[in-house]
Design a protein around this ligand. Structure first.
Ligand code: ZN
Length: 298
């Protein structure tokens, strides 16, 4: 067997298909993206997405990080149900959750596209950066089209899928300034977006204080299972591990500030804790973001 073919077969064996889903509860289908940075090899399949099937229609949650993920997601929905898609919900505007939207919307024609109120502005502010980043990482010929949902939520809203209600909730600034969760009342499944990371180091792009302050309320929703934005479906233990990291980050940065360390000294001196993937890429960024936020604390 030629080596290249052997390598390709190995890769196929190790990597789940881009449209692979598992039914984690009746009518609740989840695709786990790879815990990796977006690249041509993974075609931007680096975040989780899901869909929930009611008696009348389907809701899709997040769109993946590329045109390819949007198409795979649409195929996965159509392999399971012919019901119309009444809603596409985007948990937040990071490109790994958003860039599949145009392909997905073209294939499934969702009746509504919904996100938190501040998402359109947040994406508009970084549109060029996100396009350049995706073009480079995915090795695309042209920058990807970025579209955002036209309908927004501030506070809570409900979607009726027919015999099944989803509760959407917009949160105060935490992972980002526009995080939205989806709670399926029938299965008590919480789709947390990037308000929860499991195994993949949490990434701070909003407010460390806000994230820690709202973690108890997220945990107290009493979900039977939580689908994180990255990593496997989790129990309450996922929240505890994440809170331990975020609280440890806060305490270490506060201690560095207490010793009048510069940002550079804090970044160099605060090590990433063991047990998380993607620390080389994100831990220093998290220390930097936390330092900037806590510097002005009383
Ligand atoms: Zn994110």
């Amino acid at each position: 067997m030629p080596l290249a073919l052997a390598a390709a077969l190995l890769l196929t064996a190790a990597t789940p298909a881009p449209d692979a889903v598992s039914e984690v509860a009746p009518g609740v289908f989840v695709h786990l993206g790879q815990v990796a940075e977006a690249a041509r090899d993974n075609a931007g399949d680096t975040s989780n997405w899901a869909f929930v099937v009611g008696e009348r229609c389907v809701a899709v949650i997040d769109a993946g990080g590329s045109e390819a993920t949007g198409r795979a997601l649409a195929a996965a929905v159509r392999a399971r149900t012919a019901l119309p898609v009444c809603a596409l919900v985007i948990t937040h505007g990071h490109p790994d959750h958003l860039l599949g939207l145009p392909a997905l919307a073209a294939a499934l024609a969702p009746q509504r596209q919904i996100a938190a109120e501040r998402l359109p502005a947040a994406v508009a502010a970084r549109r060029g950066t996100y396009q350049a980043l995706a073009q480079r990482q995915l090795e695309l010929a042209a920058p990807p089209v970025i579209a955002v949902p036209g309908e927004t939520v501030n506070g809570e809203a409900a979607i009726d899928l027919g015999g099944r209600r989803l509760v959407l909730r917009a949160w105060k600034t935490a992972h980002t300034d526009h995080d939205l969760t989806v709670f399926d009342e029938a299965s008590r499944t919480l789709f947390a977006g990037d308000l929860l990371f499991v195994g993949h180091l949490p990434v701070l792009d909003g407010s460390l204080g806000g994230w820690l302050a709202q973690a108890p309320a997220l945990r107290a929703l009493g979900a039977a299972r939580t689908v994180p934005g990255h990593g496997p479906v989790s129990s309450a233990a996922g929240w505890d591990a994440q809170t331990a990291y975020l609280a440890g980050l806060r305490d270490a940065v506060r201690a560095a500030l207490g010793r009048h360390q510069t940002l550079q000294q804090a970044v160099a001196g605060i090590d990433a804790p063991a047990g998380w993937a993607m620390t080389e890429l994100y831990h220093r960024r998290n220390v930097t973001a936390a330092y900037s936020e806590l510097e002005w604390e009383d």
